[in-house]
Design a protein around this ligand. Structure first.
Ligand SMILES: [Zn+2]
Length: 173
């Protein structure tokens, strides 16, 4: 397994719609392994392939609460929301591609998601709580959408300016 560098916003790849994965191959399994390792190392609760520059519809997540729930590393290939609740909930979201910036985002409180597993089978599951927020945030990445796209333009521009500065500092080392 290899840790992969995570792209920082703004980056055109984070604004691009990712391509469906045609089949589960060893390459896809390796990519999923690398993404889980990269996510846990960050640490984060979700990571989508475009965040490491792989333009595939694949995401990993584990929103189990540390010390309360057993770790549950999940790999979702070609995920799609097939139902969402009318009830909405607000979570303070962050993103590994937008380090140290957090903002409240309102989304459906519960969603049903269908995806292809690494076992080659179709899975369907309902998610609520933090899991629901996480899976919607990650599927957004596959459509080139970031959580800051839900914020008011002023707030979004402020965060983007901070990220431009951060990237400049990092490039200088
Ligand atoms: Zn994110």
């Amino acid at each position: 397994m290899t840790l992969r560098p995570i792209l920082i916003h703004p980056d055109p790849r984070l604004k691009t719609v990712a391509d469906p994965v045609p089949a589960i191959t060893d390459e896809i399994r390796r990519l999923a392994d690398d993404m889980l390792e990269t996510m846990y190392d960050a640490p984060g609760i979700g990571l989508a392939a475009p965040q490491i520059g792989q333009m595939n519809r694949l995401l990993v997540m584990d929103a189990a609460k540390e010390g309360e729930e057993t770790a549950r590393p999940m790999v979702l290939v070609n995920p799609a929301v097939t139902w969402s609740s009318e009830a909405r909930s607000v979570y303070e979201e962050g993103c590994l591609s937008i380090p140290e910036q957090f903002a409240e985002v309102e989304r459906p409180a519960e969603v049903e998601v269908q995806w292809l597993g690494l076992d080659g089978k179709t899975h369907t599951e309902r998610f609520d709580g933090l899991w629901a927020t996480c899976v919607q945030h990650e599927i957004d990445h596959l459509d080139g959408r970031l959580f800051i796209d839900y914020l008011k333009p002023m707030k979004r521009q402020m965060i983007t300016r901070k990220m431009v500065k951060l990237k400049r500092e990092r490039a200088r080392g």
